[in-house]
Design a protein around this ligand. Structure first.
Ligand SMILES: [Zn+2]
Length: 313
């Protein structure tokens, strides 16, 4: 299990989902109390509990499990984790709460994207969270976590059930998927390599750009991405994300209405991703980059198709 101390009482825990350095959970420790931000899946729970134990903390020391949004690589493990943490409450976006209490719709939605067999294999199961343990965090909600204020910001664009969490103590933002993805393998001397995520079914480019602008308004020193870990030099990354979002939307609109739209979109997304990685000076050979981004190519293309279809209606 990879885990890494990032200072300010923040530890990144590899959830083990998909591959190493793909999907993170964050363990926050303050005054002997703990909180998790994002959980990975059902299968990630042992990693998270091991990280807690490595800090000398017991399950009863965890006050909160915070999920940035209810996509299963972020929140799929929340119910099982809460079952192991007797004192913890779940903090979730108001639009996501009912899906944590009754995950059947969430499961069905993800099954439509991934298929039943992959669901069992990748996600295991989603354990319902008892309603009385759920705290809904609307925009502007402040959580006093053991004397460490956390501020919740409604940040649509990737998903309508997404918030980001401002941590004044570290001047850092827990961004879930709103501030894109950054796989550490693709970093170069220029710094982190970042990509937006347009995954199905609620990608809204204008809202996403507005959310990124809002995050930047806090002048964060670091962003804590779920995929994967901390990035700095936030203003440069934000400018890159804005440009990339516009290019992806332009690609989608150009392919709309043409034959074999899906296949052409996948090819186009891959071409853009590879071009951006090369332009960034990513040190890896092209086949390795292609392999690392294959899942994102597929999901981003699917999300752009959903966006086009929604846009037309
Ligand atoms: Zn997501």
């Amino acid at each position: 299990m990879a885990d890494d101390d990032l200072g300010h009482g923040i530890t990144v825990v590899d959830t083990g989902f998909q591959r190493p350095f793909f999907d993170a959970s964050y363990l926050l420790v303050e005054n002997g109390r703990a909180a998790f931000v994002d959980t990975g899946t059902f299968f990630s729970v042992p990693n998270l509990l091991a990280a807690l134990e490595a800090k000398g903390l017991r399950p009863g020391s965890v006050d909160h499990v915070i999920v940035t949004h209810v996509h299963l690589d972020h929140a799929g493990g929340a119910g099982e984790l809460l079952r192991r943490l007797p004192a913890a409450t779940l903090v979730v976006h108001p639009r996501g709460a009912r899906h944590m209490i009754d995950p059947s719709q969430l499961w069905a939605g993800a099954t439509a994207v991934y298929g039943e067999q992959a669901m069992r294999l990748c996600y295991g199961e989603v354990v319902p969270v008892p309603r009385e343990r759920v705290i809904e965090a609307p925009d502007g909600f402040r959580l006093e976590f053991a004397g460490r204020p956390l501020l919740f910001l409604d940040t649509p664009g990737h998903a309508r059930h997404h918030f980001c969490v401002w941590d004044e103590r570290s001047r850092g933002m827990f961004t879930g998927d709103t501030f894109g993805l950054s796989y550490p393998e693709l970093a170069s001397p220029k710094g982190a390599f970042v990509l937006p995520t347009t995954t199905p079914v609620q990608f809204e480019p204008d809202a996403l750009e507005a959310s990124i602008d809002r995050l930047l308004g806090f002048a964060p020193q670091a962003m804590y991405l779920t995929h994967y870990s901390r990035v700095t030099g936030v203003a440069r990354l934000a400018a890159t994300l804005r440009r990339q979002i516009r290019q992806l939307v332009a690609l989608a609109r150009a392919e709309d209405g043409r034959p074999e739209r899906g296949r052409r979109l996948r090819a186009g997304v891959e071409q853009l991703f590879l071009a951006w990685a090369l332009e960034h000076g990513t040190p890896l050979p092209v086949p390795t980059v292609r392999e690392l981004l294959a899942l994102d190519v597929e999901l981003n293309a699917q999300g752009l198709e959903a966006f086009l279809d929604r846009d037309r209606r």
